[in-house]
Design a binder for this molecule. Structure first.
Ligand code: HSE
Length: 298
């Protein structure tokens, strides 16, 4: 028996729509245990305890890519990544299933191959890349194949998430975006995205402040997220960058001052007592696998 642990991911980082993604320390854990045949799923939402389960579909896809029949398996799911909140819950499921299949058959696939399979399932690479490689990634598609750059992020950054009660489907959040943009808008966005990645890597607070002005998705999605304007302006008052995590509804705050981040969380929680508001850390490693011994099981 073995355990696959996959981090949550915050895609886009505001200005890097469908390109950038950051791994954070909320996790999906899945135990894989052989059984004579078929599928058993324990844990997680009961409505996903069947063969439509995304972890299992990814496991099947991984077996197929490796050229092996799908073995009988028991999956035990323990997930702290909220569903449909812009923290990469579906990417984590996909990566867990693929990584599980790969490890099951002695790891014939490398991370780049896993990324290609995961991107095929997810539709875009920005969540699955940091879920596999950890930390900050930027990914482009070349002839339908993802090409990834991995950034080491300066350890000065402090992060917090404000997670509303209400989910937001990625399909809905994508449907409100315009179909095209001008050269001037594309140039604006390329510049901001490039400088944001550099700022995160260098730990340059002023550069990040200058770069974190998204014109590609935030203006269109803001009204879908209850409380976004207030949370964003609270962050601005405290000198924090607040952006929509992935397609939302979570808001991610980035800064370098622990006290300001704590103050931000206190006020957000006071305004929205039922929301989950907490600090998170950048997760350096992507999907991790550990053997679970019989002693640990007992
Ligand atoms: N880049 C994606 C989006 C992330 O913003 O729609 C959500 O899966």
């Amino acid at each position: 028996m073995f355990k696959v642990t996959v981090p949550a991911t915050s895609a886009n980082l505001g200005v890097g729509y469908d390109v950038m993604g950051l791994a954070v320390d909320l996790y999906l854990n899945v135990d894989f245990e052989p059984q004579p045949q078929g599928l058993t799923i324990l844990g997680g939402d009961p409505k996903f305890q069947n063969s439509d389960n995304l972890i299992y579909r990814a496991f099947q896809k991984g077996c197929e890519a490796i050229g092996k029949p799908v073995p009988g398996v028991q999956l035990t799911v323990d997930c702290d990544i909220p569903d449909a909140r812009g923290l990469g819950s579906s990417a984590a499921c996909i990566v867990a299933g693929l990584a599980g299949a790969n490890y099951w058959f002695d790891s014939p696939l490398n991370d780049t191959q896993l990324l290609a399979l995961a991107t095929e399932m997810e539709g875009h690479p920005d969540n699955v890349a940091p879920a596999i490689f950890g930390e900050l990634t930027a990914t482009i598609m070349n002839n339908k194949l993802p090409v990834v750059a991995h950034y080491q992020v300066a350890d000065k950054w402090q992060l917090a998430v404000v997670i509303p009660d209400t989910p937001l489907s990625t399909a809905k959040a994508r449907s409100v975006l315009p179909k095209s943009m001008t050269y001037a808008q594309a140039s604006y966005q390329m510049g901001h995205c490039t400088l944001a990645a550099t700022a995160l890597e260098r730990g340059d607070r002023e550069l990040l402040q200058a770069a974190m002005h998204d014109q590609m998705q935030e203006p269109y999605r803001a009204s879908l997220i209850h409380g976004f304007t207030e949370i964003k302006s609270l962050g601005q008052q405290l000198g924090l960058n607040v952006l929509i995590s992935g397609a939302g509804s979570t808001m991610l705050a980035i800064g370098q001052d622990e006290n300001k981040l704590q103050r931000f969380l206190q006020v957000a929680k006071r305004q929205h007592p039922t929301w989950r508001c907490q600090q998170v850390n950048i997760q350096q490693h992507g999907a991790m696998i550990s053997e679970v011994s019989a002693v640990a099981e007992a």
